[in-house]
Design a protein around this ligand. Structure first.
Ligand code: AMP
Length: 293
C-alpha cells in the first residue's frame, strides 16, 4: 500500500463501498496524499442528468477522485410517496460509473446510514417549508440530513448538484455555509430530453399518454422567460397561460423568486420554478429569468 493507493482504492478502476468508515478511511488517505475529492450524491437509476454531474466532477480542475453515492434515502420520502417503487438498477448504474471513469461508488444500506436509534436530523430553516417543502413536509430535512452525513463520510472538497432540483441546490449551499462544511457546492445546468422535458428517474413512471404532456412545463417556463422585459407579473401570467392549456396537469406551484429563492423579486436575475402532477407522477422544473434592471 502506498499513500496514494490505500486499501479499497485502485486507480483507474471502480471500487464499490457500502461501509461508511471504510470509505472515509480511503478518502482521508487520498486527501492526505494531496488528492481532491469530488462527490456526486444520487439516488441511482442514473441517466444523462447524473452523467453530466459526473462529467463536471471528472473534468474539474486539479487532480480529483470522484465519488458517486447511490442511496435511496428513506428520510426524504413522505408517507404515500414512491420509496418502495423507486427504481434501483444497480448493475446498470455501476456500468455508467465505469464508463465515466468513476473510481469510488458508495452504496450504503439503510442500516449503514441510519443505525437503530439514529434520530438526529438537520433542520433546513424557513425555506425548507416553502414550495417543494410545502407540498412534501419533512422532505428537505431528510435531504439535508443525508447530504450532511455524506459530506462527513466522504469529506469532499467539492460536491455537484443539479439545477433541476433548484431548491435543493440552494438549501445544500446554504447548509454548507451555515454549518461550516469546508467544501464548494457546484450547480450543474439541467439536462433535458429532445422535447425539453428535464431528465428524471421519475419520468419512467409517466404513462404513454402523459409523457408528451410533460413538455408543457418547460414550454410554460420558456413562455414566462420570453416576456421578462415586461416585469414579474407578465412572466407569471405568460407561464400560467401555457400551463392552463393542459387540463391533465395539476399545478402545485408556480413561483418567481430571486436566485437565492427569496420572494418578491422585481428586477435583475430571477428563477421561475414550477411543480405539477400528471397522474400520479410529480414533475418539477425551473428556468433562469433576467428581469429588467
Ligand atoms: P437524484 O438521483 O434524483 O436524487 O438526483 C441526484 C442529483 O442529480 C441531484 O443533484 C439532481 O439535481 C441531479 N439531477 C437529476 N436530474 C438531473 C437533470 N436532468 N439534469 C441535471 N442534474 C440532474
Amino acid at each position: 500500500m502506498t499513500a496514494t493507493k490505500p486499501r479499497g482504492y485502485t486507480p483507474g478502476q471502480l471500487t464499490v463501498h457500502a461501509d461508511p468508515p471504510a470509505l472515509h478511511a480511503v478518502t482521508r488517505t487520498l486527501k492526505g496524499a494531496g488528492r481532491r475529492i469530488a462527490l456526486v450524491p444520487t439516488m441511482g437509476a442514473l441517466h444523462d442528468g447524473h452523467r453530466e454531474l459526473i462529467r463536471h466532477a471528472r473534468l474539474a480542475k486539479g487532480a480529483s477522485v470522484t465519488v458517486v453515492s447511490i442511496f435511496v434515502n428513506p428520510l426524504q420520502f413522505g408517507p404515500g410517496e414512491d420509496l418502495e417503487r423507486y427504481p434501483r438498477p444497480l448493475e446498470a448504474d455501476l456500468e455508467m460509473c465505469r464508463e465515466e471513469g468513476v473510481e469510488l461508488v458508495f452504496t450504503p444500506g439503510v442500516e449503514d446510514m441510519y443505525p437503530a436509534g439514529a434520530d438526529t436530523t438537520v433542520s433546513p430553516g424557513a425555506l425548507g417549508d416553502e414550495m417543494e417543502g410545502a407540498v412534501r413536509p419533512g422532505h428537505f430535512a431528510g435531504v439535508l440530513t443525508v447530504v450532511s452525513k455524506l459530506f462527513h463520510v466522504v469529506a469532499p472538497d467539492v460536491a455537484y448538484f443539479g439545477e433541476k432540483d433548484y431548491q435543493q441546490l440552494v438549501l445544500v449551499r446554504k447548509m454548507a455555509r451555515d454549518l461550516d462544511f469546508p467544501l464548494d457546492v457546484v450547480g450543474v445546468p439541467t439536462v433535458r430530453e429532445d422535447d425539453g422535458v428535464a431528465r428524471s428517474s421519475r419520468n419512467a413512471y409517466l404513462s404513454a399518454a402523459d409523457r408528451p404532456r410533460a413538455a408543457v412545463l418547460q414550454e410554460a417556463l420558456r413562455a414566462g422567460a420570453s416576456v421578462s422585459a415586461q416585469g414579474p407579473e407578465a412572466v407569471l401570467a405568460a407561464a400560467r397561460a401555457v400551463l392552463a392549456r393542459e387540463p391533465a396537469l395539476e399545478l402545485d406551484y408556480l413561483e418567481l423568486r430571486d436566485p437565492d429563492l427569496r420572494p418578491d423579486v422585481r428586477q435583475g436575475k430571477a428563477r421561475l420554478l414550477v411543480a405539477a402532477r400528471l397522474g400520479t407522477t410529480r414533475l418539477i422544473d425551473n428556468i433562469t429569468v433576467q428581469l429588467e434592471i
